[in-house]
Write a new protein. Structure first.
Length: 210
């Protein structure tokens, strides 16, 4: 019997990323470091896999071996930071931030920043992390949408409210009330109307700046 088999492609690494520990990956890396530079069928490299599955510990280890988080896009056109935001993995966003990931990285598809994606999902915790890291609130995607436009278009009232305040745009009060349990809850129709008002205020603000 020969020695223990070692995975020879990224597909075999996926199980380790999902369920294994960092020591398992260190062992793999010591035997076959070259497979860490390959991608799977989705174009995901190991950092993408870790970001997707919430493995901030693996991202921290990758940072310790000088993994470059801003260089490798998957087939969807995303960097690891985009994947972490898409899957709502706050700890991974923080780990990538500590590892030097670009908080304003633009995706190859649709030119989306992490903040655009966080606003689409309405992930308030991640929005706050990105905003506090000085992410560009005015970045435009391939269709000219700023993050706050995405929040409004997807009906993410709280996300829109947070960005509006950071941008100095007055928000309709009832948008805030929708998230306040001490106040009467507004209807979905009222929310839509208030988001329309906010959308108009965003347009008015953009016009004033021209």
């Amino acid at each position: 019997m020969e020695g223990e088999e070692t995975p020879n492609d990224p597909h075999d690494i996926l199980g380790t990323v999902q369920k294994g520990n960092v020591e398992d990956l260190k062992n793999l890396y010591s035997k076959l470091p070259e497979i860490f530079s390959r991608s799977n069928d989705n174009g995901d490299f190991i950092a993408h896999m870790a970001a997707k599955h919430g493995r901030s510990d693996i991202l921290q280890w990758l940072n310790s071996i000088k993994c470059k988080f801003n260089d490798e896009f998957n087939t969807a056109g995303f960097l690891p930071i985009h994947v972490a935001v898409l899957h709502g993995n706050l700890d991974c966003v923080l780990a990538l931030k500590m590892g030097g990931a670009n908080m304003d990285a633009i995706s190859e598809s649709d030119e989306l920043t992490p903040l655009h994606l966080a606003c689409r999902n309405g992930n308030v915790s991640i929005i706050n992390v990105l905003a506090n890291a000085n992410a560009n609130l005015l970045a435009k995607d391939a269709y000219g949408n700023k993050p706050i436009d995405i929040a409004v278009n997807y009906g993410q009232a709280k996300a829109a409210e947070i960005l509006a305040k950071k941008m100095g745009i007055a928000t309709p009060e009832v948008v805030a009330l929708d998230n306040d349990p001490t106040c009467k809850r507004i209807t979905e129709e009222q929310k839509k109307q208030n988001l329309k008002k906010l959308k108009q205020r965003i347009r008015d603000t953009s016009t004033e700046g021209t």
